[in-house]
Design a protein around this ligand. Structure first.
Ligand code: SF4
Length: 351
């Protein structure tokens, strides 16, 4: 069976072309997008479009191709994880974090990942494939629909921090960002979007040149190349100096402050010495470091740092003049680390 094209893959300009080919005037774009981004999954419901247009759209297109197969809410109710089935049988996950200032969705950009970070579940089977634009959009629409109609947008903030390296799926991710920012779709401000990367220097520079002022979060996890190479293979391709230079370039081009993610791993990168070295590396750069005590991962050699070590690291780094926050830890009880929920699900279904 030939698979239909997904309308969620299309930009407003592409939809305008589609409608033009059907002989429809340009104002129909707004009408169509209005329905689609309100979560309608069937062209039949788009009652302000002529019936013949609806039929012809239905012949060629579908609306979204991602199915929720499991949902787990944390005990406190502040985190909801979703497992989603893709058309080819692959499974991805996305997570909603509920903050006082609104809901944030952490979504996936690839099935698997080829970056090989040693503390990460998502990379264990390497990269399976890139997600299409529509598969990223569908995660947002699925969660919005699940959170219910509240009269306002449910998801206000997006973080590209689920499985996958977003800059390794560059073209689709850039198109996705433009699409959800469009006032006729979800109208999500670039300021409310964060892209997390393990530090693909050339892509950071390319993104900086594109006039998309989102927040960049760089997973650094070590203050020097030798240590970084032990935990992140990508460190062999780019040095920490090159990454910091690219971050400065991004800041200068976009005016957006860059944050560095630093996962604390017991006895590996969580010492006073590393905190001081990190302070020296980032001195005089108006950035911000987000420290994240890792969750212990079953079968992985890394353990969570003790509370005392976490505190000392934070205090030492702060004393060097760097702005530090500790990421609020959500959803410990539901498999907080990237990929854990999916793995639990697959283990259960296999068992
Ligand atoms: S941490 Fe991110 S970049 Fe690294 S392997 Fe996992 S998904 Fe890929």
């Amino acid at each position: 069976m030939v698979m239909k094209d997904d309308i969620l893959d299309k930009s407003p300009t592409e939809i305008m072309d589609i409608l033009k080919q059907l002989g429809e005037p340009s104002f129909r774009v707004k009408q169509l997008l209005g329905w689609v981004y309100k979560g309608k999954r069937s062209f039949d419901e788009m009652t302000n479009l002529p019936k013949t247009t609806r039929i012809r759209l239905k012949e060629r297109y579908m609306i979204g191709n991602v199915k929720q197969i499991k949902k787990i809410t944390s005990d406190k109710g502040d985190t909801i994880k979703y497992l989603c089935l893709l058309h080819d049988g692959n499974i991805i996950e996305c997570v909603v974090m509920r903050y006082d200032y609104g809901n944030t969705l952490c979504l996936s950009t690839q099935v698997g990942c080829r970056m090989g970070c040693s503390f990460c579940e998502s990379t264990r089977q390497g990269l399976i494939r890139n997600l299409k634009v529509g598969e990223m959009v569908a995660q947002v629409l699925m969660v919005n629909a699940d959170l219910g109609e509240t009269g306002e947008r449910n998801i206000r903030n997006i973080v590209l921090m689920g499985s996958g390296e977003p800059l390794d799926n560059f073209d689709n991710v850039v198109k996705f960002l433009g699409l959800i920012h469009d006032p006729n779709t979800l109208n999500i401000s670039y300021r409310n979007i964060t892209l997390s990367t393990c530090g693909l220097v050339s892509k950071i520079r390319e993104l900086a040149n594109m006039d998309i002022p989102i927040t960049l979060a760089i997973s650094l996890h070590a203050p020097n190349d030798a240590l970084r190479r032990r935990i992140m293979p990508v460190a062999s391709a780019y040095s920490v100096r090159e990454i910091v230079e690219a971050a400065k370039y991004y800041f200068n081009r976009t005016g957006r402050r860059v944050s560095f993610e630093y996962s604390l791993i017991d006895g590996i990168n969580d010492g006073v010495e590393q905190a001081e070295e990190l302070g020296r590396l980032l001195a005089d750069f108006p950035c911000h470091v987000n420290i994240i005590p890792i969750n212990s991962i079953e079968g992985a050699p890394y353990r969570r740092s003790s509370a005392a070590r976490i505190q000392l690291f934070e205090k030492t780094l702060r004393s060097t003049g760097i702005q530090v926050t500790r990421r609020r830890e959500l959803g410990h009880d539901i498999g907080g680390a990237c990929g854990q929920l999916k793995r639990g699900y697959l283990n259960n279904s296999e068992g």
